[in-house]
Ligand binder design. Sequence first.
Ligand SMILES: [Zn+2]
Length: 473
Amino acid sequence: MPEWEAVIGLEIHVQLKTRTKMFCRCENVWGEEPNTRTCPVCLAHPGTLPVPNRRAIEWTVKLGHALGCEIAGRALFHRKNYFYPDLPKGYQISQYDEPLCRGGRLGDVRIHRVHLEEDAAKLVHTGTSGRIHGADTSIVDFNRGGTPLVEVVTEPDVRSAEQAGEWLRLLRATLRQLGVSDVNMEEGSLRCDANVSIRPVGTRELGTKTELKNMNSFRFLEKGIRAEIARQEGLLRAGEEVEQETLHFDPRTESISTLRSKEEAHDYRYFPEPDLVPIAITDEMLTRARAALPELPAARAARFERDLGLTADSAKLLAWRAELGDYFEAALSTNGVEPQPLANWVNELVARIEVEDPAESKVQPGALATLVGLVSEKKVTQNAAKQVLDRLVAEGGDPAAIVESEGLGAIGGGDELEPLVQAALDANPEIAERLRGGDMKPIGVIVGHVMRETRGRADGGEVTRLVRQKLGL
Ligand SMILES: [Zn+2]
């Protein structure tokens, strides 16, 4: 039996947070009363005409730049024809063979294309509570209908569920930094489909792929892909075939079910939207989009690694959440503190606060930098510094003053520590005997005793050294 390798491509839908919808002037907002943000255009009344949202086109070009795509000089909108209750026109205005952006790369995954389209309305399945004539019902909220939607399609460069999750996080951080979307998976402003196939390791030919639809959290995306890889392996090992179909992953039961057999492009009878002229992207638009690009998460992480010597994990943690990177850089600029310990302490801080952005906590960036400085000068031990940080999170203030008032300063040289080590040995005579006999295992008991007595203010390494010295080891 061969070893299998997964081949995964991702299709990501991103709702743009423009002020108005894609082809009409309705407000583009989330969470309003159903069917209050509609007009004859997005409700597809006869005789209405679409007008493209300039901002949505500019933002798609900006995203294309960020992903290193080739931006088309001319792009077309097409009609994608299908019937569904969430689509009043009977077609979606999308892009087909002349998308705005092609090619590109983000991290280790190549981009196939990026195009712009309008979103469908939202179907709410009311189940038994909304029964009519004894049947379950669904209701339609047209507020979402016609909002601008960007679709990013990758090449099949992803090889595992974990890589898919990691890459989607990078894309989300990039979109957030560009300021073009709320990128909230739970609310549906970022949605991900995965095309999954498997093949024997070492072969080049692609297996039959299935499409997992609309996974609305990172955890479900990874779980769903893992489950689908396992399902396909099971089929192929049993000598059966994988059917090309569209699948739904139910995160509650972790089961996979068929939504429909996969449709082909020709099923949609794409044709150019006759109500819209081609989009012409001018050099001026390209220049403006390029100039508006901020430093993106991947570049920022690379800079943190290269210029500040952070570990890859620390760099990613700070750069992929812009607010953490900003806080870190603000703290770094206040004094000459070492970057890596500071990054570790930003992590400690994040674990202690309720708010997403540490700048909204009571701990000023300068205060955290001061605390890190006290630790590296050995004026405060790691343990005591964590107590100081707890106080800072609760009340704010100056770490040096807290160290002073709480008596948390490190107990310095041998003079202060020596009697405490002696007392710990006296209090544990059997252990002292075992240590003298060369069994070093219980040394932690003595060190722990001193740590308790000093409330973590002693340096563990120094205490260990003194214990050995006292016992003549
Ligand atoms: Zn409208």
